[in-house]
Ligand binder design. Sequence first.
Ligand code: WQD
Length: 327
Amino acid sequence: MTVLVTGGAGYIGSIVTEELVNSGNHVVVLDNLSQGHQTAVVPEAVFIKGDLCDQEILHNTLQKYGVDVVMHLAADKSVENSMIEPGKFFWNNVACGINLLDCMVKNGVMSMVFSSSAAVYGQPKEIPITEDAPLDPVNVYGESKLIFERILRWYGEIHGLKSISLRYFNVAGASKRFGSDCRPETNLIPIIIEVALGQRKYLSVFGDDYDTEDGTCIRDYIHVLDIARAHILALNHLDAYTSTKVFNFGSGDGYSVLEVVEEARKVTGATIPIDFCPRRPGDPPKLVASSDLAKKNLGWRLEYPRLEQIIKSAWLWRKEHPTGYDY
Ligand code: WQD
């Protein structure tokens, strides 16, 4: 199949692209390089530098390459920044996505796999979180993802667009070739790796007064390769559904910030100094997924279930690429 991956030069997008190529698909990557790196795109893929708000580029790309399916990963993802620049997040994560959908419908490209997020749930009432849990985002990032999920439903009902939305929990780790090089890094595990490499002095722990065993937030960390393979499964199941579907992707295990630090100390052998700071706005105390629906309906299985495997893969990649994609 020919798959257009928006955001395919980004952290998750580059590894999804790698997996798609490895599975025998033709891949076209569209990325404006605002956050991604062209060197993170496998050479077998066609790379096009462009923006989702550019209808001409979208039309030309969909037509020229005979795209069958779009995997839409391009988005702003920093929870923190979404609470500072809401307009930018709604423009990039919603309006530009609508532009993409309209170009797809005009060109008869009627299938999408959408990169959504656990952030659509906000502060969950029950753990683990299932797909039918209340949807009540506590930040603009999560709101933007939820709005787009709902737009997909209407494009399904009115235009017959088939879509599957993947609600990622906390994605981390690396493949052999590609890893996380966000600038700046805002996520826990890449930051811990930078501390372990001596590129940062210490880890700021945002709050130790949560209602958890050690007072720090609990998250469900999932290997980026398990997420990438979830995209392949979604691609292969698009025709199984007549309306839009959503699935959670997490490990089902929750680890606190301090437990992640402890595991990283074992994996890296580094001391990883920490400094306790005030809470970060918008942080729910505990987010852990139930991915039973994906296991049942898509046949998804975790290949890297252990936190140690996730941290080790990130550590090995960053040791080989201490300056990320800067050569
Ligand atoms: C995890 C925990 C922080 C950094 C992520 C992505 C977001 C979305 C949802 C996909 C929190 C704590 C972090 C640090 C810390 N992903 N922390 N010190 O906030 O769960 O959101 O998943 O859609 O794009 O950001 O992940 O890694 O930022 O934080 O104490 O320097 O680590 O407070 O409790 P989060 P995170």
